[in-house]
Design a protein around this ligand. Sequence first.
Ligand code: ASP
Length: 294
Amino acid sequence: MNTYAIAIHGGAGTILRSVMTPEKETAYKKALEDAIVAGENILKKGGSSLNAVEAAIRTLEDNPLFNAGKGAVFTNDGKNEMDASIMTGKDLMAGAVAGVQNIKNPISLARAIMEKSEHVFMSGLGAQEFAKKNNIVFAADDYFFTEARFEQLKKAKETDSIVMDHNDEKKFGTVGAVALDTLGNLAAGTSTGGMTNKKHGRVGDTPIIGSGTYANNNTCAISCTGHGEFFIRSVVAYDISCLMEYKGLSLKQACEKVVMDKLVKIGGEGGLIALDTKGNIELPFNSDGMYRAS
Ligand code: ASP
């Protein structure tokens, strides 16, 4: 049996020791472990990287510690607008969703768009209508209400700033997964509530194929977290794939170039998880920290 691999992230940013209690640290570690186990259980039985990525991300979306699904941050007008995307490296199929409300697991909606619509990218009310027709699970507003996120919004409004989720402590909180299955197929996915105090309608890099998420069996699978505007302008995920495909860089060299050089030069804070078909894993970030596991 060939090798399999999985890596996940729970967002980048400044994770301050001073606000990290032992209980909190245990909770974060357990959440990351649960997500890895959910994905690995699928991969070790010969399941697909697509299923593993979706399963790992769903566990993180269900956990209020992360800025995705249940723990999604608030927009300026107090709503939760979520973005997600998923891609398979074998056939370059992709699905993405932006600005949806009340979707319990946006990653599953992104997958449904990939598999059940003739489109790649849907947004807002249209995406929600599609979700209803395809039996995607909805949750009421109060499901997404978390005290901590609401406090973050209040603080962000006081200073009129748009903040990455873990940025109290300064962190991003978006979640993502990349996986390689025993058939040698890569997949990647990312899910987020975006940035605290973002304008209604703002879309970050997370649902943009090539910016926040990318998978290609010829090169790599990537899921990003960070200040989305910079990741969009740098087309981060696809840039890493291109450096490998057209310039012959290794996964490590390509990640280094994009995260530690190109992004830094334009002020783009954040990181990503990356995996190639040989099972090499890179978890680079230029922020102070990034929740990650592999
Ligand atoms: N990249 C996400 C966005 O800009 C934020 C994050 O990674 O937490 O929407």
